[in-house]
Design a protein around this ligand. Structure first.
Ligand SMILES: CC(C)(COP(=O)(O)OP(=O)(O)OC[C@H]1O[C@@H](n2cnc3c(N)ncnc32)[C@H](O)[C@@H]1OP(=O)(O)O)[C@@H](O)C(=O)NCCC(=O)NCCS
Length: 212
């Protein structure tokens, strides 16, 4: 699909937040907070504007990616400043056409030319391992609580930079969104019905398939 990737302009802000809202609406919970996260992130000290981009198709924003600063600290108290992306969003009718991959590839290439040792995210391995991300366990990078969740993924940008140490990952506090604030902010957008995407039966079947 024919797309242009370019930095976000101030005049894009509302349209772009709506793209994020469309991508996440009812995806994990009824409604979503990710468009409010985008709004908060832009004003936050950890925002990385130089790595945040939009994808344009026929003069319309159809996807976006946002980055924030994060860091890891090892057992000797040495800190490395890492990168984290999220949210990354593509409007549902344009999904599975390569837009999300193009946004990730574009920004990873820029990041490779920078000084950061790696990109660390929480995400589904299915979406990100194809872009070179590996389990955080492979690099001995845990959460602050010492856990290695399935969703904690790392893309090393400098070879062996994490080797021979044990690291703890800290993401920006911008990702802690207040529900009430988000709910209030959502009133700026066109009303949409909040609902569970899956019926109880579908949810039950998915759990069964996972456990068996
Ligand atoms: C996750 C998300 C950003 C991925 O974006 P996307 O544009 O759908 O991703 P891509 O099209 O690049 O890749 C998805 C699939 O489409 C396939 N694809 C790529 N180009 C294609 C094309 N021209 N025709 C058909 N399929 C194509 C890819 O191979 C990939 O296939 P796979 O699922 O078998 O690996 C998007 O689906 C989204 O916004 N989801 C909701 C929000 C979300 O979950 N965000 C991530 C968490 S922050």
């Amino acid at each position: 699909m024919d797309i242009i990737i370019r930095p976000e302009l101030q005049s894009d802000y509302f349209e772009n937040e709506d793209v994020t809202r469309e991508a996440f609406w009812n995806l994990h919970v009824p409604g979503c907070n990710e468009h409010f996260l985008v709004h908060k992130l832009r004003e936050h000290q950890d925002y990385l504007q130089d790595l945040s981009f939009v994808a344009i198709h026929q003069n319309k924003i159809i996807g976006n990616i946002f980055y924030a600063k994060s860091h890891v600290i090892n057992e000797q108290n040495i800190q490395l400043d890492t990168l984290t992306f999220g949210p990354v969003s593509v409007i549902p009718q344009y999904q599975r056409k390569g837009v999300g991959s193009a946004l990730i590839k574009h920004t990873v290439e820029i990041a490779k030319n920078g000084k950061s040792p790696g990109i660390i995210i929480y995400g589904h391995p299915y979406n990100y391992c194809k872009h070179g991300f590996k389990s955080s366990k492979d690099y001995n990078i845990s959460t602050a609580e010492g856990k290695f969740p399935y969703s904690l993924l790392v893309l090393e940008l400098q070879k062996d930079v994490f080797k021979d140490h044990q690291w703890k990952y800290y993401e920006s506090d911008v990702y802690n969104i207040g529900e009430a604030e988000a709910e209030e902010y959502d009133k700026k957008f066109a009303p949409k019905v909040k609902e569970y995407k899956f019926s109880q039966e579908e949810f039950y079947m998915a759990c069964r398939a996972f456990l068996e």
